[in-house]
Design a protein around this ligand. Structure first.
Ligand SMILES: [Zn+2]
Length: 296
């Protein structure tokens, strides 16, 4: 638990050791400028639109350095610093912060973000040239259509560069005007090689996003919060789709939503284990798939 981090760290490390892994790769963790993160936490505290009115205690409400150190104690070899704007004229500033954070945090994959606005193609290109290895797009918080024509060149550029984009596009925990599989299907029809990583397994539209992953070979899904007790109560993963998870075993990536989770980190790992898909599947999901994607 949060009050016994040493104990939890040992448990997380035991999990990867038992699988014979050198550690974990977590493609969905959040680090952002302090005042932005405080606002996100305020949202969760206030049961705002981000939580869909659900009680959401933040387990790892700590200082940045402590949060980064905790991931290291967990044996997380590589992680992202996902951040996202909710309005125009913010992404470039966030990208500057994320580039600096990646320099000071060992294990952090240099992360960037975007918003449909004039100039987006230029700052996305700058970020890629500066070494960004992953982008985050948040369709619900940003309240934009991912198929907006302002983003067309951006998706083309990222597909060409092979840089993955973790995209929150499912309608959980609360739907947005442009969430759900349909806008994303339009993006993929135009950019079939785009490396989209659908966050939260596309919760709650799991099966529609599995369809897209089966159709497009570069589409991946992250496990963030999926299969946990918390999410199973709100948006249970359909048991009939379990064989499809096995079939997509090389394109499912561990994600956690650390630090903004309402339960201990190790619970995400246990939730994956209890799916019963076997150790080779867990090894691929918790480490190997992302290691391959990011060339670690
Ligand atoms: Zn997240």
């Amino acid at each position: 638990m949060a009050d016994a981090p040493g104990h939890e760290a040992a448990e997380v490390r035991r999990f990867s050791r038992r699988l014979g892994l050198p550690g974990l790769v977590d493609v969905h963790t959040h680090f952002m400028p302090e005042r932005v993160l405080r606002k996100v936490w305020d949202y969760f505290d206030a049961l705002g639109p981000l939580t869909g009115g659900i009680e959401w205690p933040i387990t790892y409400r700590r200082e940045e350095a402590e949060r980064a150190a905790l991931l290291e104690e967990f044996g997380v070899r590589a992680f992202t610093a996902l951040l996202y704007p909710h309005k125009p004229a913010m992404a470039r500033w966030l990208n500057g912060w994320a580039a600096q954070f990646a320099r000071r945090a060992p294990g952090c994959l240099h992360t960037a973000t975007l918003f449909p606005e004039p100039g987006v193609e230029a700052y996305v290109r700058e970020a890629v040239e500066a070494g960004a290895r992953v982008f985050k797009a948040h369709v619900q918080v940003g309240a934009y259509d991912p198929a907006d024509e302002l983003l067309d060149g951006v998706w083309g550029l990222l597909a060409e560069a092979g840089v993955p984009v973790v995209i929150h596009c499912g309608s959980g925990p609360a739907p947005g005007k442009h969430t759900g599989p349909e806008p994303i299907a339009r993006v993929l029809a135009r950019h079939p090689r785009l490396r989209l990583v659908v966050a939260h397994m596309g919760m709650p539209e799991y099966e529609d996003f599995l369809d897209l992953a089966e159709r497009y070979g570069e589409v991946r899904l992250d496990t963030t919060m999926a299969f946990t007790d918390f999410s199973e109560r709100l948006a249970p993963f359909p048991r009939r789709a379990l064989p499809r998870l096995a079939g997509l075993g090389d394109r499912i990536l561990l994600g956690s939503d650390f630090p903004n989770i309402p339960y201990p980190y190790v619970h995400q790992l246990r939730a994956l284990e209890r799916l019963g898909l076997g150790e080779p599947w867990l090894r691929a999901v918790c480490h190997d798939n992302a290691a391959r994607l990011f060339g670690l």
